[in-house]
Ligand binder design. Structure first.
Ligand code: TXA
Ligand code: MG
Length: 339
């Protein structure tokens, strides 16, 4: 299959809309990461997403809408909490898991009786949904297991020959995928951290928002994941990544003792020149927003540089940094060394 990469304009939006209506795939920018869209009601179309990504069939997809009226048929009920969170954070990088409606294909939800829905703020996604009238399922546009792409070039590297169209809308602002929160049950629960934080949701809801324990630590053997995506290998570059937890001096000393061919440092801004191996920064220390924005792009950059072993500085784990820590610890296959 020939994959076209087109700049965003009226014609390319119309082409994207037509492809979606015909049950084809389109890769497109969102404010979080690039996604691969297919009509969420059309099981045959959604199957193509799983094939293009090599995604395990039991991992459900998020449905994207552009107005509250589109929830009709997608969910069977809009819980009170969801209304409050939607008023505060939609359109934006928040996915809410709600009771599934009759119109969503089984394939989209991987057979679950719930569905994750989000209303993205990116003007290109909104334009494509409006032009097509299609609520679409869209996972991140990476091959399963790799870091999510945050620009059209990285999307092309993974999806060339696998789908007909990539819309190039520049770089994604947020850089990590949406926050996923389950809004039913006794307490709301974060299933995947993102740009919208626990603290922000608690302020809106006036109640505690729980954080699923599998977000910051490895699932135990045989444990059932609350969100199927938790159990798979994720965000991994080709190199072996290890997170070094401790001061900058201890980090530098550890790397000095372990320097060698193909060893790279994944550090914070301004530290590069003080390290004994080639180094690349993933943002400002303590600034989750800047680290989230850069992380996936930098992990892919390390692949291009041929890095074999990467020692990463440890981010914080609250606020937006919770999303950064959650992605980096998976990229590192949970290897964290205290230095
Ligand atoms: O920012 C985003 O959310 C991006 C862009 C493209 O919108 N999409 C995205 O989709 O990250 P994906 O498929 O890569 O991640 C979806 C995550 C998975 O971890 C999945 O397990 C979880 O959401 N999920 C989806 N539906 C769910 C459900 N009904 N119950 C629990 N978890 C669900
Ligand atoms: Mg993904």
């Amino acid at each position: 299959m020939n994959t076209q990469v087109l700049p965003v304009n009226e014609e390319s939006i119309a082409l994207a809309a037509k492809l979606l209506q015909q049950g084809e795939l389109v890769a497109l920018p969102t404010e979080t990461v690039y996604g691969i869209a297919a009509d969420a009601r059309n099981g045959e179309a959604v199957k193509k997403i799983f094939e293009a990504k090599g995604r395990p069939q039991d991992n459900p997809l998020i449905v994207h809408i552009c107005g509250m009226e589109m929830l009709h048929g997608i969910v069977s009920e809009v819980p009170e909490r969801a209304k409050k969170l939607a008023a505060a954070f939609w359109p934006g990088p928040l996915t809410m898991v709600m009771p599934r409606g009759p119109e969503v294909s089984e394939v989209t939800c991987a057979g679950l009786d719930t569905v994750g829905v989000r209303m993205p703020s990116h003007p290109v996604v909104q334009a494509v949904i409006k032009a097509s009238g299609v609520a679409f399922a869209a996972p991140s546009a990476n091959l399963s297991g790799k870091p999510s792409p945050t620009n059209a070039q990285d999307t092309f590297v993974d999806m060339d020959g696998r789908l007909p169209l990539i819309l190039d809308g520049g770089e994604s602002a947020v850089g990590v995928e949406s926050t996923v929160v389950a809004v039913t049950g006794e307490h709301p629960m974060i299933l995947r951290p993102g740009y919208v934080t626990k603290e922000q949701m608690e302020a809106v809801l006036g109640e505690e928002v729980l954080v699923n324990h599998a977000i910051l630590e490895k699932l135990k053997d045989g444990e059932v994941a609350r969100s199927p995506g938790m159990k798979y290998k994720h965000y991994a570059p080709k190199a072996d990544v290890t997170i070094l937890k401790g001061s900058f001096d201890a980090y530098r000393d550890y790397i000095t003792a372990h320097a060698g061919d193909g060893v790279w440092a994944l550090c914070f801004d301004g530290e590069e020149a003080q390290l004994p191996v080639p180094a690349i920064s993933y943002g400002k220390e303590g600034d989750g927003i800047s680290e989230a924005h850069n992380l996936f792009t930098v992990l892919r950059e390390l692949d291009r540089k041929g890095a074999k072993t990467v020692y990463a500085r440890c981010p914080l784990s609250d606020g937006v940094s919770m999303a950064v820590y959650n992605r980096l610890i998976r990229a590192a296959a949970f290897r964290v060394v205290e230095v």
